[in-house]
Design a protein around this ligand. Structure first.
Ligand code: SF4
Length: 552
C-alpha cells in the first residue's frame, strides 16, 4: 500500500505497511481502485452532462463512493470491494446515458479509453492486483524516482483528488438532507475526467483552484441545507456532564442522522449526547428543541477510545472519524452512512432500532454529573447579527484583531501549539474557532469583550462557510478586501476536508494563512514554494513568534 493523504501519515511521508489510522493494505488498495473506477464513471458522466443529460443515481453513488475513501470513514475491505463492482455497473449506466444523449443531440458518441474501459476482475486477489496498479509508487517520496517531473505531477494530481474527497464529504451531507447540486456534480465529473488526461503542473494547479471554487459552492449549499432544515444556529449553552439515565452518544457530522435518532427516541427515557464534531448540533433550533438532547460528552474524535469505553450506553458513528474500536465497546458501537468497520454493526438507512435496543440494554448513567457548560452556535447569522457592535468596537480600537484558530484535530503532540496560541491571544482580540481542533481549548474560559464571548464557536468543519461568510461580510462593511481585515488565520489540518477548505481559501485569494502542525506530505517543496510566493502560505512556528508577527 501507499497512502499519504492525511496529516498522520507514517513518518510524515506515507503509510506503506498499514495505515496509522488502522487502514489495512487491502482496504487502501481497493480505495485507490475505487477512485480509478470513479474516474471511468466521470469520463462518461461529464460528456453526458455536456449534452444536457444527468442521472441522480449516478450522482449519489459517485459522491458517496468518493466520501468512502476519505480518511477514517470506511475500513471494511469487503464493502469497498462491493463499491468497486458497483462502480463498474454505474460506469455502464453513465455510458448508456452518454450514448443516448449523443443520439438525441445528433452527434457521435466518442469511444473512451482508460478508466472508462476498465473492467473489475472477478476474484479478490486479481482485483487487488488491479488496485496495486493504481498505487502511488513509494519512490515518489523516497527520492529514488529518476523522473522528478512525474513525481511533481503525481503529487499535484493527488492534491486535486484529496480536495475532491473533501468536497464529496460536504456534498454527501447536503444530499442526506435532500439538497442535491447537479452543477457541482458536473464539476466533479469534469475534474475527475480531466485527471485521466496528461496535464502540466500549471494546469493541475488550476484544477486545484477549481476544486476550491467548487468547494465554496458546496459548503454554501450545505449551509443552506442545514439552516433550512434545522434553522439558523443561535448561541446555546451545552451541558458538559451527563444526567442519570439511559444514554446514546452520537459522533461524526451527520445532523440528519442525529435528527432521525432524536425523533425515534422521543419519550423512551433515553438521553442523547453529542460527541466530537456533533457538538454544534446544540445550536440548531429544531435540534435543541428536543428535551432529551441532553448535552455533550467527551472531546474530539481522537479521544473516542477512552470516551466510548467509559460511556455506559450505545454509540452511533454517523460519519468520519472512526478509530479502531476497543473490544469493550464494539458490541454497542454502530456505524451509519458512509462509515464502516469490520465487525461493527452497520445501520443501512435511518432505522436506529438496534442502537436504541443496545442503549436500553446498557446500564446508563447512575447519577447526574456536576453542572458546567460551554457555548456553541455562533454561525454566520448569529455573528453577523451583532456585526454593528463588532464594527464599532474595531473602529474604536477596543477590538484589535480576530484570530481564526481552527481546523481538524489529530493525535500529533505538536498540536499543543493551538492551545498555547489561543491562550496567548491578547484580551482585546476575539478568537473564532470551528471544527474539532477547538477541543484543544474550548473548555477554557476566555472571558468577554464588549459583551461578546472572546471565543466564538462557529461550528463543525462542515460549517467552514460561516467563517468565509463572516470574513466576506466584514470586508464589505470595512470596504476592504479579506486580506486587509484585522484577521489572522491559523489552521490545523488533518484530513481531506481541510484540504478542500484550504483550496477554497486560496481560490478566494486569501493570503498569510498559517498551517500546521506539519505540512502535507503530498505537497512537494516546489509546490510549497509556489504557494508561499503566491499566497504567503506558511507553516506554523511557535505561538510566541507567530503571534508577534500577526499582531505586527
Ligand atoms: Fe496513513 Fe492517513 Fe492514509 Fe490512513 S489515511 S493510511 S493514516 S495516510
Amino acid at each position: 500500500m501507499f497512502c499519504y493523504q492525511c496529516e498522520q501519515t507514517s513518518q510524515g511521508q506515507g503509510c506503506q505497511v498499514i495505515g496509522v489510522c488502522g487502514k489495512d493494505e487491502n482496504t487502501a488498495t481497493l480505495q485507490d481502485l475505487l477512485i480509478h473506477a470513479l474516474k471511468g464513471v466521470s469520463q462518461y458522466a461529464h460528456r453526458a452532462g455536456k449534452l444536457g443529460a444527468s442521472d441522480p443515481e449516478i450522482d449519489a453513488f459517485v459522491i458517496a463512493s468518493i466520501f468512502a475513501t476519505l480518511t477514517n470513514v470506511n475500513f471494511d475491505a469487503d464493502s469497498v470491494a462491493a463499491l468497486v463492482y458497483e462502480a463498474a455497473h454505474i460506469r455502464d449506466r453513465a455510458r448508456a446515458l452518454y450514448t443516448a444523449a449523443a443520439v438525441k443531440a445528433g452527434v457521435a458518441a466518442l469511444p473512451l479509453s482508460g478508466p472508462a474501459a476498465w473492467q473489475p476482475a472477478a476474484e479478490r486477489e486479481a482485483l487487488l492486483a488491479q488496485g496495486r496498479e493504481q498505487l502511488i509508487p513509494a519512490s515518489y517520496l523516497t527520492g529514488s524516482l529518476v523522473n522528478s517531473d512525474n513525481k511533481e505531477i503525481k503529487n499535484l494530481e493527488e492534491l486535486v483528488i484529496y480536495g475532491l474527497k473533501g468536497v464529496a464529504a460536504y456534498a454527501y451531507h447536503a444530499l442526506m438532507l435532500g439538497s442535491s447540486a447537479p452543477a457541482a456534480y458536473a464539476t466533479v465529473y469534469e475534474i475527475l475526467s480531466a485527471l485521466t488526461e496528461p496535464h502540466t503542473a500549471e494546469e493541475l494547479l488550476g484544477l486545484a483552484l477549481k476544486v476550491g471554487e467548487l468547494n465554496y459552492s458546496v459548503l454554501e449549499q450545505l449551509d443552506h441545507a442545514h439552516t433550512e432544515t434545522f434553522g439558523a444556529p443561535t448561541p446555546a449553552a451545552v451541558r458538559l456532564h451527563p444526567l442519570a439515565g439511559k444514554a446514546i452518544l452520537v459522533s461524526g457530522h451527520d445532523l440528519h442522522d442525529l435528527y432521525q435518532l432524536l425523533l425515534q427516541t422521543e419519550g423512551l427515557g433515553i438521553n442523547i449526547y453529542t460527541h466530537g464534531e456533533m457538538l454544534p448540533a446544540h445550536g440548531y433550533p429544531k435540534l435543541k428543541a428536543f428535551k432529551h438532547l441532553a448535552g455533550n460528552y467527551g472531546g474530539a474524535w481522537i479521544d473516542q477510545a477512552q470516551d466510548f469505553d467509559a460511556f455506559p450506553g450505545s454509540i452511533l458513528m454517523t460519519s468520519n472519524c472512526i478509530q479502531q474500536p476497543k473490544p469493550s465497546y464494539t458490541n454497542r458501537l454502530f456505524t451509519a452512512g458512509a462509515v464502516a468497520w469490520p465487525g461493527v454493526e452497520h445501520i443501512a438507512g435511518t432505522d436506529f432500532a438496534p442502537v436504541i435496543a443496545a442503549a436500553l440494554a446498557a446500564p446508563g448513567f447512575a447519577e447526574d454529573g456536576p453542572a458546567g457548560s460551554i457555548t456553541t452556535g455562533f454561525g454566520h447569522e448569529a455573528v453577523l447579527g451583532v456585526a454593528g457592535t463588532v464594527i464599532d468596537a474595531v473602529k474604536a480600537g477596543a477590538l484589535r484583531r480576530f484570530f481564526l484558530i481552527g481546523g481538524c484535530d489529530g493525535a500529533r503532540s505538536g498540536r499543543s501549539y493551538y492551545t498555547e496560541l489561543a491562550e496567548q491571544v491578547p484580551q482585546d482580540c476575539i478568537i473564532l474557532t470551528l471544527a474539532c481542533g477547538k477541543y484543544r481549548f474550548n473548555k477554557q474560559d476566555f472571558g468577554t469583550l464588549g459583551g461578546l464571548p472572546r471565543l466564538l464557536d462557529l461550528g463543525q468543519c462542515n460549517d467552514a462557510y460561516s467563517a468565509l461568510k463572516i470574513a466576506q461580510a466584514l470586508a464589505a462593511a470595512f470596504e476592504c478586501g479579506v486580506n486587509d481585515l484585522p484577521l489572522s488565520l491559523v489552521l490545523s489540518w488533518y484530513e481531506q476536508k481541510a484540504v478542500a477548505i484550504l483550496l477554497t481559501l486560496l481560490w478566494m485569494g486569501v493570503r498569510n494563512i498559517r498551517i500546521g502542525p506539519t505540512l502535507p506530505a503530498f505537497l512537494s517543496p516546489a509546490v510549497l514554494k509556489l504557494l508561499n510566493e503566491n499566497y504567503n502560505l506558511m507553516p506554523i512556528t511557535t505561538p510566541e513568534a507567530d503571534l508577534a508577527a500577526m499582531l505586527g
